[in-house]
Design a protein around this ligand. Structure first.
Ligand code: GDP
Ligand code: MG
Length: 184
């Protein structure tokens, strides 16, 4: 069975940009909406072909983008913004289902904004599922942002599970692919 990797995080952190970046130039690239319980999860099959330590690897990974759920919930009652139950208002049902069906979660944050309470809530939820996850610190566009990642050390994660990328500038994805191949 192919490894299933879901992309989780609050809106606007760059989940879909990361999804598209990882799907780019894939031989079997495809995305589609699934009806029923899988509504609002976008699936893609990503083929990883890498040479690691002189050996060629080819792995298929099912990538799940969990876009489009949280903004609706927030916009319904913006007054509650400061008092949001992280379980119900941040993590909509399909995001939780996506985590549930994942072998690995890519938990995406915006390194420019620093660690927000929403991020903390999502992180706590992912931790509670005991699924393996990596913290993807996105929007690390330039070296001038060096140091901005330290805010996220407050999440208490292993440094080896924390990665900096820029989906917009295509930085850090060779490393992500290589790690995915090793994990698949
Ligand atoms: P999602 O809501 O988490 O799926 O976020 P999107 O992928 O839709 O991206 C939200 C916004 O952030 C868009 O305007 C993207 O162009 C922008 N964005 C995504 N990745 C990066 C990045 O690495 N750097 C910068 N500066 N902007 C980014
Ligand atoms: Mg999206």
């Amino acid at each position: 069975r192919s490894m299933v990797v879901s992309i989780i995080g609050r809106p606007n952190v760059g989940k879909s940009t990361i999804f598209n970046r990882l799907m780019k130039k894939q031989h079997l690239a495809m995305t589609h909406d699934q009806p029923g319980v899988t509504r609002d999860r976008h699936y893609g099959i990503m083929t990883l072909e890498e040479a690691i330590d002189g050996e060629a690897y080819k792995e298929e990974v099912i990538l799940v983008d969990t876009g489009g759920f949280y903004p609706d919930k927030i916009e319904i009652d913006p007054k509650k913004k400061n008092n949001i139950d992280p379980f119900f208002n941040i993590m909509a049902d399909h995001a939780k289902l996506a985590i549930d069906e994942s072998d690995l979660v890519l938990f995406v944050v915006d390194v420019r904004e620093g660690l927000l309470p929403f991020d903390k809530g999502i992180c706590d939820y992912i931790k509670s599922t005991r699924k393996p996850f990596w913290l993807i610190m996105n929007k690390f566009d330039t070296e001038k942002q060096e140091g901005d990642q330290y805010d996220f050390y407050n999440l208490g994660l292993d440094e080896e599970n924390m990665m900096r990328v820029s989906a917009e500038h295509n930085r850090g994805f060779y490393d992500i692919r290589e790690r995915l191949v090793k994990k698949a």
